[in-house]
Design a protein around this ligand. Structure first.
Ligand code: ATP
Length: 361
């Protein structure tokens, strides 16, 4: 089977579903991006932010209002889905109920005239990966909702000769244990066959455990593209800080008080951001609860807080405290003794992110 994976370029793409109205609303604001051959991407963001629109523009189901899509430098913007050589998996099963599982999986290959031998090899490989081998001769209608979605996934993965496999919330109807295993299987498929996989989800855990590149979207904008580590440690906007991580990043209103410091309540907090151009300006200070340390002494960068709540999650404890009108959350080791009343929390300067107009300085 010829391997025709492609580099996918989205060049100055934007999209409105009502472009001819007096005031068109843009579901996607202009952006450019390249999806490299053979990588795993997750498109992550809340409902309505434009994830499906982006995916459908790549598959050809939606023609962008502006911009071009290139597969290996070839302009495919005006090509129909059928001519783009991509596979798609949707949120709910798209299968032929009267056909057997085998025939469902073989269908995309039969349509393209592959030999029976090749079909058998691919169906076996995909059905083994998806735990469908023992159902190959059953009519698809006899399977559970989970299993039907696995058939859909299998139909998406059975061809190796595609530019990319595009998946729109493909595991929503699958139970959580199986979901976890399937994400690992998808990773293995990607590593073994170098299939470019693009996975739309609103679930950060799904995105983090699946992708090596996460595209975070908010209201039609791509707000950050990066590795899970980048999104966690250096969120480029306060939105990413809130959206990624559990609990969300601590974000405080502060004022710049020197080249590298912000004032939080009465305390000067040292950061590693150069704030010289923002003197006396209001900025936000963001710090992950994982990076705030419980300390005994009140030294620099240490805030005294009134402890409101300690929640034991088994593998860690989550402290919630108050200082002035600000709520602070800090994750600490479960063995750590927690004093009653007031505690000191240390903010490591290299973990402090400063945001001006909601963007990382
Ligand atoms: P979800 O996670 O809920 O599927 P999404 O991030 O995939 O959301 P889209 O479905 O791409 O977001 O929608 C982006 C915006 O475009 C939303 O405001 C949506 O209401 C609007 N939209 C989507 N499809 C259409 C359509 N066919 N006609 C008009 N507006 C649409």
């Amino acid at each position: 089977m010829e391997n025709i994976m492609a580099k996918i370029d989205l060049s100055n793409i934007s999209h409105s579903y009502n472009p001819n109205d007096d005031k068109p609303i843009y579901a996607l604001n202009p952006f450019s991006m390249t999806w490299e051959n053979g990588k795993r991407y997750a498109i992550l963001g809340p409902s309505g932010c434009g994830k499906t629109t982006m995916l459908n523009i790549v598959s050809g189901l939606v023609k962008p209002t502006k911009g071009e899509i290139l597969f290996d430098e070839k302009n495919v913007t005006n090509l129909q889905t059928e001519s783009r050589n991509i596979s798609q998996v949707f949120q709910f099963p798209v299968i032929y109920n009267t056909m057997t599982v085998y025939d469902n999986l073989a269908f995309p290959l039969r349509c393209r005239g592959f030999s029976n031998e090749k079909i058998e090899e691919r169906v076996k490989s995909v059905s083994d990966t998806l735990n469908l081998s023992s159902f190959l001769n059953s009519p698809a209608r006899k399977l559970t909702a989970d299993q039907k979605q696995l058939i859909s996934l299998g139909r998406g993965l059975v061809r190796e000769d595609v530019a990319a496999v595009l998946m729109d919330e493909p595991l929503t109807v699958i139970d959580p244990d199986l979901k976890f295993r399937l994400r690992r299987n998808l990773k293995e498929i990607n590593e073994q066959y170098k299939t470019t996989l693009v996975y739309v989800t609103h679930d950060q855990n799904e995105a983090m455990t699946f992708a090596d590149n996460i595209i975070v979207m908010d209201q039609g904008e791509i707000v950050q593209v990066g590795l899970p580590k980048d999104l966690f440690e250096r969120p480029q906007t306060t939105f990413v800080g809130y959206f990624i991580g559990s609990p969300a990043m601590n974000i405080f209103e502060t004022t710049v008080c020197s080249d590298y410091e912000v004032k939080l309540n009465d305390l000067n907090i040292k950061t590693q951001s150069n704030l010289s151009s923002l003197k006396d300006k209001k900025v936000k200070l963001g710090i992950r609860s994982e990076f705030i340390k419980l300390v005994t002494n009140e030294n620099e960068n240490t805030l005294k807080i009134k402890l409101k709540r300690v929640e034991d999650f088994g593998n860690f404890k989550l402290l919630t405290g108050i200082t002035g009108n600000k709520v602070i959350k800090s994750k600490v080791n479960r063995e750590e003794p927690i004093p009653d009343g007031e505690v000191n929390l240390y903010f490591p300067p290299d973990k402090c992110c400063v945001y001006s107009d909601e963007k990382l300085v």
